[in-house]
Design a protein around this ligand. Sequence first.
Ligand SMILES: [Zn+2]
Length: 378
Amino acid sequence: MRFSDIIGFEELKQTLVAAVRKGHIPHAQLWLGREGSPHLALSLGYATFLNCESRSETSTDSCGTCASCYKYDRYIHPDLHFVFPTATTKQVTKREDAVSSAFLKEWREFLKNKPYGNLADWAAELGVENKQCIIPVQEGRNIIKSLSLKSFEANYKVMLIWLPELMNASAANSILKILEEPPEKTIFLLVAQQIEQVLPTILSRTQLVSVRPYTDAELVATLTQHYKLPSEKAHQTALLANGNLNQALRLLEAAEQTGQHAFRHWMRLCVKPDITALIKEADRFATLDKESQKGVLQYGLTILRETLTFQYVGEEQTRLMPEAMEFVQQFSKVINERNLVALSSIFNRTYYEIERNANPRMAFLSLSLRIGNLLKMK
Ligand SMILES: [Zn+2]
């Protein structure tokens, strides 16, 4: 990952580059960002830059071609260590064996394909969607062990811990000393999403690097340049995603699966209600994967939110493109003070149930029937 692979965030990149130039390289850094912000990507860009063999006084990014950059780009550099949440899998069945080093192949795939992904995306990559992922106690020992070895070839040895908020307390306590006084030229990059869940003892030993969410313009640029989206679609998606690139990608996936058209069709069937057709719809919903199912529900929540904005604040404040706006205007006729809250809550509830592995067919059918009843409420 190079800085140039992340669109925008120029002010932060410049600050980071200037600090490196001055030799100000804190040995324990906490990179913090919301879901869908590029804090993981930027921390990788930073580590790549630090170790780039062609880095000079005037460089503003890693070169992308030296031996170090080559290995960093593939996340195979021997002095780049990763620790992340894990769970037991079909292949790794014992909890004590389920440590980061057992899943490096999956982790590299994840970094390559979903560097903006969240814990659920990572669990999906591991094939453990239904399990709780944690950083277990034995990772404490592993961290100390891998950092006690002399660095092989790098300028800086890097220990990147993704989601330190999921670290077992004993593991966290066991690394406090090394976090405070790491071996020479060793740096910790802790990449977190929820600062309030990071143990205070860890927090107090790190320097904070705060990464803001994407702006709409940065999201549009990312979606058009990196994901080859037509400009109008990129705008529409960016507006709905509220600075969250991961959410934008999820919405695109959901839109592909269902589309706005399908959502309207579904709402019409709910209002009728056409039970036979709704059963068919529920069957279709059940064939989607879990993330897409959640995407459909999120889309529903987005439409409800925009309908509320339209009703109370007016069209100019909504974040929709003309086609979706037209639907919101229509939808607005059947949405009122009495049913709006209930509708949001059943969408949320179904989302929660799907996440907890409810039967998707039943969950979706029951949701459809309740939507039908609520939309008829005057
Ligand atoms: Zn380089």
